[in-house]
Ligand binder design. Sequence first.
Ligand code: ADP
Ligand code: MG
Length: 408
Amino acid sequence: MRILVQKFGGTSVATPERRTQVAAKVSEAVSEGYSPVVVVSAIGRSGDPYATDTLLSLVKGIYGDVPKRELDLLMSCGEIISGAVLVTTLQSLGFEAVLLTGGQAGIITNDSFGDARIIRVEPQAILEHVENGVIVVVTGFQGGTEEGQITTLGRGGSDTTASALGVALNAEAIDIYTDVEGIMTADPRIVEDARILDTVTYTEITQLAHQGAKVIHPRAVEIAMQRNIPIRIKSTFSDAPGTLVTSMQPNMGAGTDITGDRLITGIAHTPNVTQIRVSMQDVENVRDAHKKIFKAMALADISVDFISVQPESVLYTVRDEVGDKAVQILQNMGFTPAMIPSCAKISIVGAGISGVPGVMAKMVEAMSDAGVEILQSADSHATIWILVKKENMVVAVQALHKKFQLGA
Ligand code: ADP
Ligand code: MG
């Protein structure tokens, strides 16, 4: 049995015409000899009638606290609706198809409603259908606890569903169908001449995804990587080959040495972050203060990023939504924090960056020429980050893309 997992995102199932295109991709897989297992997201994007955000808007901010368990039940409806519609589409074209919810498909999670972790997958129910020649459609983004409670997996959860099933079913590949023709050197919504990458490694795309490239969820990549199942990112609406994600370095045919690494894979951006600076000027015990600050953030469940601890000051970022809360906490502790809300973190990702001199210099030059102020910077072996004001985000991404000649 050659199992192929095919995941279709929200825009791919938004209209009857598009669902016909989805069915065509499933049909193609069948004619190539695969047994497809299909994962669907909720129909459409924010504002569309059955999109997850629309379902959320029925309760959020209207009735105060929404019970988490019920919130997950509400959110799980989006995928059930699109799954039922897709099964009907497939049946109308002569295929035998069945819809399974996450729980019915054997996706067992913990009970962290809203952000549940998959503990294991029991694939028997899927396999039984597959063995009978039935196309299984599984609702993405959800699972069930051991006790049978419905849970959701958090943002990007349908990608995670696809990967978990791919691993559990030992699929030949996990195909992520979306509205772009592959992983690109930057978000095509911002950079017009962003180029499609033929192949990327799990590590490269995990980095890009963690830094904000929305095209696939990083957790999904990490799961597929455990079993070395190839992921392909493709468009539902074209026959372009897409991007292949494997553990293989690009340009690493037999005899190639590792200097064949490409320097930079791509540029990612994360908007809506707040920079916080806590001066240590009038602080008596600086080391103690450093410790207390991060403990207080952790206690308040505020996740911090871009941390730079120095004798004179402590610098870090938080998401805009929790900026005021973080500052309030610091003030209550007797500090005098300064904040810059509405920033954006821009990341240059590339396995080849490590140890190559001049990358940072080029980055700084590009920002200077574009008139963009760098508020903070940091680097690790495969990523360099800068923080800029959000109003400069688009210009900064475009300038870097050009400077490093990533375009088509
Ligand atoms: P789906 O609903 O199919 O899951 P998403 O919106 O989650 O689709 O992901 C696809 C979107 O990701 C694209 O429309 C594109 O704007 C965005 N994107 C961001 N960064 C990249 C990138 N580096 N390459 C390709 N797409 C990207
Ligand atoms: Mg997505």
